[in-house]
Design a protein around this ligand. Sequence first.
Ligand code: AMP
Length: 284
Amino acid sequence: MTGPAIERTVSGLRERVRSWRRQGRTVGMVPTMGALHEGHMALVRAAQAECDHVVVSIFVNPAQFGPREDFHAYPRDETRDATVLAAAGSDLLYAPDAAEMYPPGFSTRVHVGDLTEDLCGGSRPNHFDGVATVVTKLLMQCAPDTAIFGEKDYQQLLVIKRFVRDLNIPVEIVGGAIVREADGVALSSRNAYLSASERKIAPQLYEIISQVAVDLAQGRGADDASEAARFKLEAVGFRVDYVAVRDPETLAPLHGPVETARVLAAVHLGKTRLIDNVAVPLNT
Ligand code: AMP
């Protein structure tokens, strides 16, 4: 099977996109950090359904990792990723190296206020600046009609929608539903870090936040439901970073009874940090 074409430079990427544009074709983009799984591939299929051509980018972005985080350990396997993309009929893999993305003298940051102040922004300082900067660059480099991001990283999706709006970047941002294992664990490249015994505990994250969504739909107050969830998460062996009930558009904290909301959680299990979220009402 022939793999997808691979471009490693901004100029090569732009050349390809230009030739598609000359033929009147639309372009979709799916930015990733590689170690592709079904969650990524669902986004690729959604992009293929909407656009004539799809660019999948793979770039493990150093700027979004903290100094004590897993940048060096992050799983990388471009050969396998290219095979997976070829099987999905994807036409272009864009895989720049760090020097292409951050040439000497690089000194610009995209900072989104407000939405980034807590949740993952609270526990990962500078993370969202790194994400916003690299995604801005990827969108400017490729200039797609549509770019697709997973709801798995719900706060990230809202941050991206916000700077795209604020900076008038001409692209439609689309969110893709979370893809899960049969036992409820959200697919993540970081699941590979879990030991066998940790993997047995992992499904309870989704179970417990889903129960929060059910309780909220039955009228339980947001503070009360999230406190109960924190207690349960700790009891089964997670170290809780946060579990929160938020407005689904603004991420503003909610306290009493709610009609619509998002339940978001980040936990540590051994050395692995897991995030997940669900809608209230569930499955919306
Ligand atoms: P990553 O490679 O982890 O940076 O993820 C690349 C894109 O895939 C992001 O938009 C993620 O939100 C999305 N993604 C990752 N895991 C999942 C999943 N289980 N379901 C849906 N989207 C996902």
